[in-house]
Design a protein around this ligand. Sequence first.
Ligand SMILES: C[S@@+](CC[C@H](N)C(=O)[O-])C[C@H]1O[C@@H](n2cnc3c(N)ncnc32)[C@H](O)[C@@H]1O
Length: 247
Amino acid sequence: MSKSSNKQDAPGRLIGVGVGPGDPKNLTLRAIETLRTSDRVIAPCSAADLEGRAENIVRQVLPDIECHRIVFDMSQGETGVQARRRCAKEAAKDLLVMLREGLTLAFVTLGDPNVFSTFSLVAKEVADLAPEIDIRTVPGIMAFQEVASMSGLNLLDETEKLFLVTAFQGIDDVKESLQHDNAAVVIYKGGRQLAGVKEALHKAGRLEDAVVGELIGLKGERVMKLAELTDPSISYLATIISPPSRR
Ligand SMILES: C[S@@+](CC[C@H](N)C(=O)[O-])C[C@H]1O[C@@H](n2cnc3c(N)ncnc32)[C@H](O)[C@@H]1O
């Protein structure tokens, strides 16, 4: 019998569950408990017959779990952003059918569900269509925390600041944040802007201390000093960290 029986009167619950950047050992006990106790696990993917990264992480810990896949356009650039918004609208309608049956849905997402995540797009659409739905999140370890840990970086101390910027649509934010000597600058989505990011770090006198982590916890993982990386571009799943200048 489905776990959904007699739930029709209760409003459904949508939980964004962060599964960490890649290594299944970074799945928290709370995330595992939420996945085990939810009625359905929802996993974003690029095609219905392809397992997405978040689903793959979950499956390494909970091999028998069934995932309901939601197809998202993962292409890059402005058209990708528009397409993902359209996908989020479609996904929200799909999820609402289950939520209105009173089900609890665990939506898995890489890293943390409140930081640059597919979940927040979907959650917003669901909230707009059905404000009565209970929406929550379970935090996840973020890629930059794992990169800092793997490269032995003390990210912040005393009164230092943290900038988390993206280089998806250009590197203006990267350049601006690098002007703050007492700030650690974390750069997400910089794989295709690598040359520009490196040049900006060099001009700010910060290239030597910068590190990069690519495909953390996944096949092809690399963590190294950015200055030693010779590739012209790297994966979308790459995180660059410039620690504060502690002179
Ligand atoms: C859409 S954002 C997802 C962020 C995620 N929600 C988080 O909390 O870390 C994608 C960006 O996160 C970073 N990222 C996520 N997973 C990563 C991984 N396994 N290795 C390196 N960087 C990763 C990359 O900078 C990538 O471009």
